[in-house]
Write a protein that binds this ligand. Structure first.
Ligand code: WTA
Length: 646
């Protein structure tokens, strides 16, 4: 974040007290904070009882092997049973679980009874492929119901899913499949994007060519496009799943049985496989979904606009809402297809009452114009949520006015792939909200802002966000790399989890998140590491050296700006090819906004690239302090020779 936007943020003084009617009916009250403070483990045990356990735990938390936690020790449950079967057993089989809206307007209404049949059939199909509890299953699918069936079928059988966002390149998919040694890949023939069918299986075929661990590829027919077929390996979903029995008896697993791996960018080139387990994860996603979104399952229609390829889709489309018996909208397409009112049209059509999205989309709506939401009936909305990046006060105010009709509370939810569930957020009906602040750790959660030495800063002070107490949905490690788990999160401050985010307290002690303090960029709410993009760039034959920074961007939060030194004989024309090259290597989300060809990069005497100076150039600012540069004339050389190639 630039110094400018930071001082704007710190000047923000507006507050919005909860509406008394909302507060009177809210799921939580201020007493929850006191209860959790008085008896934290007792509080979490009470939250765990939202779920149905085959056998209860003997102790709530075992932290003796810190930083690897065990929650609900000895407890046994089946995650899919909790998300599906128990609602049907409670007589709610006819309740709509999912209003699925295809991009082109095709749709399916899926009740909890339907969901139970589909998940059971899918589970039987996976058993028939020889998969056994503990095996890994990679999933790369568009936002179609089969993606949810597949995840829940894995959970039901104790298989560990690794969902890979549909926009990731074959190279990115391959490294994830290899790292997890997945036995099965579930994908589709293609996916719809803005009315066009784009291939999917062609990419996954490329990704897994020669991958020894993959035995089968299960393919959903979505677009009907022609695909290549490998006999003996590839199986159509409709051939295998449709004919299966629609009943399946779930087996309970240990609370610490692995549930999923989800890869996320870190400060080095290799994505980290974040590991989550069953009992604690489901407890915290169910609790936070109930408390933060004030879900009333009988009447609310909930919509989270994330993709299931990200953690928000895992926790707040699949596991949290379904554990709570919610009725939700799942939308396959983009917000501007076939027109820019698409989200508002969907809110109106289904009477969406809770809407959860990312600041980047809110800023995009602002850009498209106030008259678009004004053209729809949005009066069903009663709560709005934000996630993925700091929300600037102006976007927050616009959200409140143009979607929330000045009446809906806004919950700005801070959390990460690693935390599994929401950690810091206002509580609707309890907290007086402030535009741009996530405010307080939830009841049961411990967070503070500390200085370099790990000492908590006072009111008005800034520093690093840390989590000072274990929480049920915390990551249990990085798949296959315990050392990296310890060094990334637990070595910076003794006894605290280091989140990688900068933060500040205001005079009331509320927390304001200020963006990443490491080499991770946040582009449209997606985490991308500078190193990952740099290694993609240097893998191109024309590039000798590359440095990448995240520059402030009015819509996407940050935009990727790459500085490259070309090998001899190359001309600056190559810059535009380099953008495509990165998209091909990682995925379109990692495509640099700009590629600048430079003769030199600013380095310290020890050879470390000074990104701070490059960020100054990328954000059109006067270049800051250059005294630690090995060669202080380099910045002048870079600035004078800039080729603003796009
Ligand atoms: C950022 C997404 C400010 C933060 C759930 C974090 C936020 C990273 C917020 C995690 C928020 C997420 N305010 N920043 N409300 N929510 N972030 O793993 O930098 O994709 O570390 O998880 O997003 O991104 P991830």
């Amino acid at each position: 974040m630039t110094t400018d936007s930071l001082s704007n943020l710190m000047d923000e003084r507006r507050t919005f007290a909860p509406d008394s009617g909302f507060a009177a009916a809210a799921n939580v009250d201020a007493g929850w904070y006191t209860a959790a403070d008085a008896d934290r483990e007792g509080f979490w045990a009470a939250q765990a009882r939202r779920l149905s356990w085959e056998s209860e735990w003997s102790s709530v938390l075992d932290w003796s092997d810190a930083p690897v936690a065990k929650w609900f020790v000895g407890g046994r449950l089946n995650v899919a049973y909790n998300c599906v079967d128990r609602h049907v057993e409670a007589g709610l089989g006819d309740r709509v679980a999912i209003h699925w809206e295809g991009e082109s307007g095709d749709g399916r209404t899926i009740t909890y009874a339907d969901l139970l049949r589909e998940v059971s059939k899918t589970a039987n199909a996976l058993v028939s492929l020889g998969l056994r509890a503990g095996d890994r299953v990679a999933i790369q699918l568009p936002m179609i119901p089969e993606a949810i069936y597949a995840m829940l079928a894995c959970a039901r059988l104790g298989l560990v899913h690794s969902v890979v966002f549909g926009g990731f390149s074959p190279t990115a998919l391959r490294s994830r499949v290899d790292d997890a040694q997945a036995r099965l890949l579930i994908t589709s023939d293609g996916q719809f994007r803005r009315g066009n069918a784009a291939p999917m299986k062609a990419n996954t075929d490329e990704a897994i060519a020669g991958c020894a661990s993959i035995e089968h590829v299960l393919v959903v027919r979505r677009t009907g496009s022609t695909v290549e077929w490998t006999e003996g390996r590839d199986v159509w979903w409709h051939d295998l799943v449709d004919g299966q029995s629609d009943t399946h008896t779930p087996e309970a697993f240990d609370a610490e049985h692995p549930l999923f791996i989800l890869y996320t960018s870190g400060t080095t080139g290799n994505p980290k496989g974040i590991l989550h387990t069953s009992g604690g994860y489901l407890t915290q996603v169910a609790y936070t979904h109930h408390a933060v979104f004030d879900l009333k399952p009988e009447t609310d229609v909930y919509w989270c606009t994330a993709d299931i390829g990200w953690v928000t889709g895992h926790s707040y489309i699949v596991y949290g809402p379904l554990a709570n018996g919610a009725t939700q909208v799942v939308y396959e397409g983009t917000p501007d297809s076939p027109h820019q009112g698409r989200h508002f049209e969907i809110i109106q059509k289904y009477g969406v009452s809770i809407y959860y999205t990312a600041p980047t989309l809110i800023r995009t709506f602002m850009k498209w114009g106030d008259e678009i939401p004004a053209g729809y009936d949005l009066s069903s909305l009663r709560l709005l949520g934000s996630v993925g990046e700091p929300i600037n006060p102006e976007a927050w105010m616009w959200y409140r006015e143009h979607l929330g009709g000045q009446r809906c509370p806004i919950v700005d939810t801070w959390w990460q792939t690693e935390t599994g569930a929401i950690m810091i957020s206002p509580l609707p009906g309890v907290t007086s909200t402030k535009p741009g602040s996530a405010q307080r750790p939830l009841p049961g959660v411990g967070a503070r802002v500390v200085d370099d030495a790990g000492v908590e800063v006072g009111p008005g002070g800034g520093g690093y966000l840390v989590l000072d107490k274990p929480w049920p949905s915390m990551l249990r490690g990085i798949w296959g790399d315990e050392e990296r788990f310890r060094s990334t999160y637990w070595s910076r401050f003794d006894g605290f989890y280091f989140a990688g985010d900068g933060a500040k307290y205001d005079a009331d002690g509320d927390i304001w998140l200020l963006g990443r303090v490491d080499d991770v960029m946040n582009v449209s709410g997606h985490r991308i590491s500078t190193t990952e993009v740099e290694s993609a760039l240097v893998s191109h034959p024309s590039v000798a050296e590359a440095a990448v920074v995240g520059a402030t961007d009015a819509t996407t939060g940050q935009g990727i700006v790459a500085f490259v030194i070309l090998r001899g004989g190359q001309d600056a024309e190559v810059a535009s090819q380099l953008r495509d090259h990165v998209a091909k290597e990682i995925g379109p989300i990692a495509k640099p906004r700009q590629v600048l060809v430079v003769p030199e990069l600013p380095k310290t005497r020890s050879g470390k690239i000074m990104r701070r100076l490059l960020r100054d150039i990328a954000e059109n600012r006067a270049v800051g302090d250059t005294t630690t540069l090995a060669d202080s004339s380099v910045m002048a050389l870079i600035s004078s020779g800039l080729n603003p190639a796009e």
